[in-house]
Write a protein that binds this ligand. Structure first.
Ligand code: KIV
Length: 279
């Protein structure tokens, strides 16, 4: 790329236009160093409220606040240049009314500089999605397993493994697409239902535990890097960073205890007396 070539961030129009073409590569990210790496390969980065679980150690995403999402969103936007950045609306920040959703989503957009927001829910959230989209806030929808409803569902429940559930999930997909969502996450969904929905809606479906039939895939980045102790069964681990980190920390601890670290090259000497190598 020449020095003059300006890197353009992917717009929601580009993401939408990918429907039926090359699969969309989507990842979550929450922090600047990981976001900078994800930005090299991803079409879309989601600043997911999964941050609550993988970064902050909560059992589910319910405790995550708007301020937390804004802080993570700012870090990710700051270091990324190419990917479309979507920030999750946390539990309690959008369900009450379209007006409350607008107030909070516009805050997220203004304070992070992200491209779009994501919210969970199907047909019942369609009026809110439409309200936001008509007022200039692009929305990614999220149906199937919706983790913020963990207490209402009595756990993290997959969707569409019994055929009598299909009609409701299909209605959700149609409703969010008609309301103007630019794409929809299908989470924890049986393959034939994900395939049917992907054929049914004119926006890209982004699957997580929803088979290769979707228009794109997303994974929680800590899961694929091997940083989550017990990732869901649909996760493929592409690295074992926990082992890499454990080994590095073990060596550090050993060298501190044996005084092998810091060595001379990690040590400041007084300037005009130093024949020692400086750090
Ligand atoms: O919060 C998140 O990371 C998500 C993905 C699982 C899609 O919503």
């Amino acid at each position: 790329m020449s020095a003059q070539t300006k890197v353009r961030r992917k717009t929601v129009t580009k993401i939408r236009a990918a429907k039926g073409k090359a699969p969309l590569v989507c990842l979550t990210a929450y922090t600047a160093p990981i976001a900078a790496l994800a930005d090299e390969v991803a079409d879309l980065i989601l600043v997911g409220d999964s941050a609550g679980m993988v970064v902050h150690g909560f059992e589910n995403t319910v405790p995550v606040t708007l301020d937390t999402m804004i802080l993570h969103g700012q870090a990710v936007v700051r270091v990324s240049k190419r990917a479309c950045i979507v920030v999750d609306m946390p539990f309690g920040s959008y369900e009450e009314s379209p007006e409350v959703a607008y107030r909070n989503a516009s805050r997220v957009m203004q304070e992070t500089g992200c491209t779009a927001v994501k919210l969970e829910g199907g047909a019942h959230m369609a009026p809110t999605i439409s309200f936001l989209v008509k007022r200039g806030i692009p929305v990614m929808a999220h149906i199937g397993l919706t983790p913020q409803a963990v207490h209402a569902m009595g756990g993290f429940r997959t969707s569409g493994r019994c055929r009598d559930e299909w009609a409701d999930v299909e209605a959700d997909a149609k409703a969010v697409a008609e309301a103007g969502a630019f794409s929809v996450v299908l989470e924890g969904m049986a393959e034939p239902l994900a395939a049917k929905i992907t054929g049914l809606v004119n926006i890209p479906t982004v699957g997580i535990g929803a088979s290769a039939q979707c228009d794109g895939q997303i994974l929680v980045i800590d899961d694929l890097l091997g940083l989550t102790p017990k990732p869901p069964s649909f996760v493929k681990k592409y690295a074992d960073l926990d082992e890499v980190i454990r080994e590095a920390l073990g060596r550090y601890a050993e060298e501190v205890r044996s005084r092998a670290f810091p060595a001379l090259e990690h040590t400041y000497a007084v300037k005009d007396e130093g024949e020692a190598k400086r750090a």
